[in-house]
Design a protein around this ligand. Sequence first.
Ligand code: PNS
Length: 168
Amino acid sequence: MKIGICPGSFDPVTLGHLDIISRSRKVFDHVIVAVMINPAKKTLFTVEERIDLLKRATADMEHIEVVGFEGLLAEYAKARGASAVIKGLRAVTDFEYEFQQALTNKKLNPDLETLFMTTSSEHMFLSSSIVKQIAMFGGDISNFVPECILKDVKDRIRLDMKKRENDN
Ligand code: PNS
């Protein structure tokens, strides 16, 4: 069985992520969506919440498993018997960062390949940061995140903004 891993922060999952996850299933029998835990990174949602949002967003997809993991991706891939990491490439600006990660992962686990999948043109500009920024200024994010998590994102942004106001 061919296993692929789609890693990321997914803070929150966007339609761009879902596009890459669902297309990865065309190439792999089983796809692990790994929510990587980086204690140094400040996120809008906790890892448990991000996993929950992803599970809901992928509920109708078969052979997709959502997990949280703290540690090295290369080691996790080995432990799970995954043959490749799949990353979405939006633009040439993504490339340098992704290339560095791919080479690092290859050094740490020579059996692990990295496959870059071109993002669909309608998601070319999309990122979790852009979604958060649009929501923060009251913009419509319904074309950018799955409908089933729309309310969660809007509510959390509102809460986060209130918290910031109180802190100032
Ligand atoms: O969505 P992101 O934040 O661009 O995803 C980056 C991620 C989580 C895939 C990357 O930071 C990662 O793989 N972190 C796990 C730690 C690790 O293995 N680091 C060495 C390779 S760079």
